[in-house]
Design a protein around this ligand. Structure first.
Ligand code: AOF
Ligand code: ZN
Length: 350
């Protein structure tokens, strides 16, 4: 099952809003086939695992066990049901970490397999499997994108020097951040960050795609020469429309903010728009005010904080780690320590 998870992760950045799925066929303790879901709309993990079996091993498939990160699918989606593939191949035993929460599947495949006499086991490394697919579970269960708040801070807890672009993390951590961008479907910054840092918000330091860029511009104050207004990538500007011939840049004027929740009531509207466009993973890269607004609204699932040992002595204070955040990962990368927290209110992990 751990091998399934390893394979599944290779799809990160290419399969969203689908889950990360890996599958392994084992005969007498030997792996005879393995595969993963590589790209949205293309073959599922099980199909690739079966296709990978060598000709000389094919006769072993009816005596093999299929391990799969997620319950095989039941429905005709972009591909035919994997449950039928398993039955056609006469695979006698199937082991999965989790049932597929997708209402089109939701245990039906496991039932169909059992009814056909296939031995099934569910719940092997279930917690790890749910963690692996935390974005997918959120997408299905909450019908909104999985929200990751990301920031880098100095040893004394600052995000940046006042009013200037301040590099905090080292080169290895920066590369990792670009990997996170590649794995996200959309990336958001607020007006101050757009103005002070003039970010490109693309993925330059890792392979794979760049996400949809989203910038808050309620008052139309992002300068026209900003990278975010260069029309070089799909971009949403949340603010008044601007003159010009735009190819990839779209302007959305959200409802006038009012009432006691004015500070944060744009968030559900943005989430709804992202959901409509099947953008299932949102990376929020700042600045401090926007990160705090997400924390206040409760619409956040994960925090990725990069802690650098350098001192800044003054500047913009980093948002705190809110109550109910559970530290799940802690890794050193160059001079920086990466800490990943999960919102306990939105997820259940031991
Ligand atoms: C599997 N194996 O590798 C994956 C599954 O549009 P489709 O046909 O690609 O179906 C997507 C849905 O299928 C997705 O929402 C999830 O429920 C399941 N994903 N199932 O058997 C796989 N990626
Ligand atoms: Zn499938």
């Amino acid at each position: 099952m751990r091998r399934c998870f390893q394979l599944a992760r290779l799809g990160a950045g290419s399969v969203s809003p689908n889950p990360l799925v890996g599958a392994v066929l084992v005969h007498n303790g030997r792996i005879i086939g393995e595969g993963w879901h590589r790209r949205y709309g293309e073959a599922h993990a099980e199909v690739n695992a079966v296709a990978s079996v060598r000709q000389a091993d094919r006769h072993l498939i009816p005596q093999a066990t299929l391990f799969c990160a997620l319950e095989p699918c039941f429905h005709f989606g972009k591909t035919p049901p994997c449950v039928d593939l398993i039955l056609n191949e006469k695979i006698p035993r199937v082991v999965v970490a989790n049932t597929d929460p997708n209402p089109l599947v939701a245990g039906q495949s496991l039932e169909k397999l059992r009814a056909a006499g296939v031995a099934t086991e569910v719940g092997i490394l279930a917690t790890e499997g749910r963690y692996l697919n935390r974005a997918f579970f959120t997408w299905i269960e909450k019908k909104r994108p999985y929200i990751i708040l990301k920031w880098a801070q100095s040893a004394d807890g600052y995000l940046a020097l006042p009013g200037e672009r301040t590099p905090i993390s080292g080169p290895l951590a920066q590369r990792l951040v670009h990997r996170w961008r590649a794995e996200a479907d959309a990336i958001l910054v607020g007006t101050n960050t757009a103005r002070t840092d003039n970010p490109r918000l693309d993925n330059r330091l890792y392979f794979g795609k760049s996400p949809l860029r989203v910038a808050l511009d309620f008052a139309g104050k992002i300068p026209p020469a900003a990278h975010l207004l260069d029309d070089s990538l799909p971009t949403w500007i949340i603010g008044p429309e601007r003159q010009g011939t735009w190819q990839q840049t779209h302007f959305f004027a959200f409802h006038e903010a009012a009432g006691i929740n004015a500070r944060i009531n744009w968030i559900p509207e943005l989430l709804e728009k992202l959901t409509q466009k099947k953008r299932a993973i949102l990376l929020v890269e700042g600045g401090a005010d926007v990160l705090r607004q997400f924390q206040e609204s409760g619409f956040w699932d994960e925090i990725r904080m990069l802690a650098n040992p350098r001192f800044l002595y003054n500047g913009v204070p980093a948002p705190g780690i809110p109550e109910g955040a559970i530290l799940t990962e802690r890794t050193q990368i160059g001079a920086d320590e990466i800490r990943i927290f999960i919102n306990a209110a939105n997820a259940r992990y031991p």
